[in-house]
Design a protein around this ligand. Structure first.
Ligand code: OAD
Length: 252
């Protein structure tokens, strides 16, 4: 097992003094819960498709059954998954700082399941369904053999309530994420390849405003050379280690 990266005292001091901590997470934080990252090779039946070819409105128009079934498979993986120590450490960190904003690109809901409260979902949530034509969230629909099922209101096709390539992000979520990036004193980018816009611009906005920035990632990314601290390692190990370093002598 790789050694844990060193957590320097100035990071701990900044964390203790921070009035507002903002965190951006990507699919890397859920990897240790058994949810494959977006760019990881797909397995089984889905190995021959690239996610970028399935997660688009064009793909859905062309073959709604294929796209629906792919999300059914992903929903199944998420339903079996539980939050890992990385998710739990972020939920604990939220309790220890005056203001904490967790911005996630993940659609798996595992941060909320871990107990995080102030979560901004930039790319929607896989567990919700909406009407393709009307964009309204649909909670239930009559049992049917149709794949995908149809909207009980307008008869349009149902789709997952996630943001696909080429679609706009939910406006209020994006505005709240930008506000957090621009006003925090400390910004963490965790388990994200920092490639997909506009989320990828958030750490750069924090850097511009003078926040200390910290990356936690298993590999280097385009962000690595720009952050104050790059902690190379798995989120499920580094985040609990950070919490422990923050409180070396917990009260019993
Ligand atoms: P990616 O799959 O692009 O990147 C995952 C990142 O996590 C990589 O940089 C890995 O090095 C890192 N990683 C993997 N395992 C890790 C671990 N255990 N601990 C820490 N880091 C680890 O995923 P995202 O950056 O989330 O959007 O991708 C962003 C968006 O691209 C996704 O939300 C999705 C995709 O297009 C949409 O579906 C709209």
């Amino acid at each position: 097992m790789a050694a844990l990266p060193e957590i320097l005292p100035d990071l701990l001091d900044a964390l203790r003094a921070a009035r507002h901590v903002a965190v951006l997470t990507g699919s890397g934080i859920s990897a240790e819960s058994g949810v494959p990252t977006f760019r990881d090779a797909q397995t089984g039946l889905w190995a021959k498709y690239r996610p970028e070819e399935l997660a688009t409105p064009e793909a859905f128009r062309r073959n709604p059954r294929l796209v629906w079934e792919w999300y059914e498979w992903r929903r199944g993986l998420v339903a079996k998954a539980a939050p890992n120590p990385g998710h739990l450490a972020l939920a604990e960190l939220e309790r220890r700082v005056p203001r904490f904003t967790l911005i996630t690109q993940n659609v798996d809901g595992l941060h909320q399941q871990a107990g995080s409260r102030n979560v901004i979902e930039l790319h929607g949530n896989l567990r919700r369904t909406k009407c393709f034509d009307e964009s309204r969230v649909v909670d239930t629909w009559p049992a049917t053999d149709d794949v995908p099922p149809r909207c009980p209101r307008c008869g349009g096709l149902l789709r997952p309530d996630v943001v696909w390539f080429g679609e706009a992000l939910p406006q209020s979520a994006l505005a709240a994420a930008i506000e957090a990036a621009q006003t925090c004193d400390l910004f963490f980018a965790i388990g994200t390849s920092a490639l997909v816009q506009p989320a990828a611009s958030l750490p750069f906005q924090a850097i511009q405003r003078g926040a200390m920035t910290v990356e936690i990632n298993a590999d280097a990314t385009p962000l690595t050379p720009r952050v104050t601290h790059a902690l190379r390692g798995s989120a499920g190990e580094v985040l609990p280690a950070l919490l422990k370093a923050l409180t070396p002598y917990p009260l019993s």
